[in-house]
Design a protein around this ligand. Structure first.
Ligand code: AMP
Ligand code: ZN
Length: 458
């Protein structure tokens, strides 16, 4: 497999540290508010990355953190007069609900920052002993970036100004210039705090991810992912803290997904141009249609969100399910296809793997899916098997669609047959009444030239 590695700024052949296994860390949500579909684009990209690694035969240890203490959480909990732990629990639950709706596989571990304070303090102590940490006059502890010579390689910082000795204690992004960043923030009145050798306080945002990733995956692991806004300063700072403390290389591959835009601007809470998954569902959009939309563009290309493109993705999902019901019905009870069909299936599978292995060429893989669907030289059994294999990477729940279409109850079948009778006699109003009954039972009917196709609504 080949990935674009932000550490080297080029495509590189992927080789895991331990044969057959991949240690994979993704920066998860800061649980102070709802996640929006921009965040979800990143989580879908990371899910596809993980599925692709699994498709290639690797065993993936996937860790996604939950940031449950930082500036934003504290501010919001003050605004809402809600305890920060309660706030975190609420939004973490909603985050997990969205993952489920989008068929994003669960990570093996979801460490929460507040559960790793001890590990963070150990890391800060190691940095302190090596002269990378110092206490500022405000009582907070900072990382001395001038001592870490590799600082800025990931985000190509030479283009930016480095203000050594100037400090930034906010967790929020500071994209203009690099400054010594905070490791441990001195306690402020009314804020949550923990005891430490540096005085009472709480961790800075960056140290959280270094501590949680290294505790769960070891000091040197394979892949770290996020979206491009995390390159600087977050991932840059993670590398600095981790490598300065351990003296080892932190991560081999950094993969960063591009943003979801609205009218050419990044979708973000601060710009107030966000949609939640629930907003899409409210408009009758299936979450998997949003997943399809995300799959249709490469993860390193920006994706401009429009309702038109989302509606087109919804139609594509419907067409996919219709095609699948047909293929599934045709293949029922059939044995394996002929030798030429199997051979052709093998060729398609090879092309699919090549597309995915080339820095996650998911749009190319999707177009192969449609080619397979329309391929007349493939037997229906081979076709179905191939589609379901591809879906291990896409994650569009096509297996469930195929299975659901096969398990249609007698009652639904009877209504569909009656509706056909009515339509044949041009009794369209009554036929429509039956369509509604069928829909109430959880199915939709698509009229095709070869007769009605029944699809289970998901
Ligand atoms: P946050 O909760 O702000 O820390 O963001 C969670 C994840 O979503 C991070 O990996 C961000 O880089 C990513 N993210 C934030 N905004 C967008 C966006 N508009 N498009 C894609 N990813 C985003
Ligand atoms: Zn992180």
């Amino acid at each position: 497999m080949v990935f674009y590695n932000f550490l080297t700024h080029r495509k590189e052949k992927f080789k895991p540290i331990k044969s057959g296994q991949v240690g994979f860390y993704t920066c998860g949500p800061t649980v102070y508010d709802y996640v929006h579909i921009g965040n979800l684009r990143t989580y879908i990209f990371e899910d596809v990355l993980r599925r692709s690694l699994e498709f290639a035969g690797y065993k993936v240890k996937h860790v996604t953190n939950i940031t449950d203490i930082d500036d934003k959480i504290i501010r919001r909990s003050e605004e809402l007069k809600m305890n920060f732990k309660e706030l975190g629990r609420k939004y973490a639950k909603l985050f997990f609900d969205d993952l489920k709706s989008l068929n994003i596989e669960r990570a093996g571990v979801y460490p929460r920052a507040t559960g790793y304070i001890k590990e963070m303090l150990i890391l800060i102590d190691r940095l302190d002993k090596k002269g990378y940490a110092y206490k500022g006059e405000d009582g907070s502890v900072y990382f001395r970036i001038s001592k870490f010579k590799k600082y800025g390689k990931l985000s190509e910082l030479k283009k930016r100004e480095i203000k050594t000795g100037a400090r930034v204690s906010a967790d929020e992004y500071n994209k203009e210039e690099a400054q010594d960043f905070v490791l441990w923030k001195a306690r402020k009145p009314e804020e949550p705090f923990w005891p430490s050798p540096y005085g009472e306080g709480r961790p800075g945002w960056h140290i959280e991810c270094s501590a949680m990733s290294m505790k769960n995956l070891g000091e040197h692991f394979d892949i770290h992912a996020g979206a491009v806004d995390l390159l600087f300063p977050h991932h840059e700072n993670e590398i600095a803290q981790s490598e300065a403390a351990t003296g080892k290389k932190f991560v081999n591959f950094f993969l960063e997904g591009e943003h979801l835009l609205v009218d050419g601007q990044k979708m973000s809470k601060s710009l107030k141009n966000i949609y939640r998954l629930a907003d899409l569902v409210e408009r009758g959009i299936d979450p998997l249609a949003f997943r399809y939309l995300v799959l249709s563009s490469h993860y390193r290309a920006q994706l401009n969100f429009t309702w038109e493109s989302l509606n087109a993705a919804s139609s594509a999902m419907r067409n996919l399910r219709v095609a699948l019901s047909k293929i599934s019905a045709q293949s029922a009870g059939r044995n394996a296809g002929t030798a030429p069909s199997r051979q052709l299936a093998g060729k398609y599978e090879k092309s699919f793997k090549e597309a995915i292995d080339d820095d996650l060429g998911v749009p190319a893989a999707l177009s192969l899916l449609w080619q397979v669907i329309g391929e007349e030289k493939l037997g229906s059994g081979d076709k179905l098997a191939l589609i379901l294999k591809f879906d291990k990477v896409f994650g569009l729940r096509l297996k469930e669609s195929a299975a659901a279409s096969r398990k249609i109850s007698q009652e639904v079948r009877k209504f569909v047959a009656e509706r056909e009778e009515l339509r044949a006699h041009k009794q369209f109003i009554q036929a429509d009444g039956l369509r509604k009954k069928i829909e109430q039972l959880g199915y939709t009917v698509e009229d095709s030239p070869s007769g009605p196709i029944i699809i289970k609504k998901i």
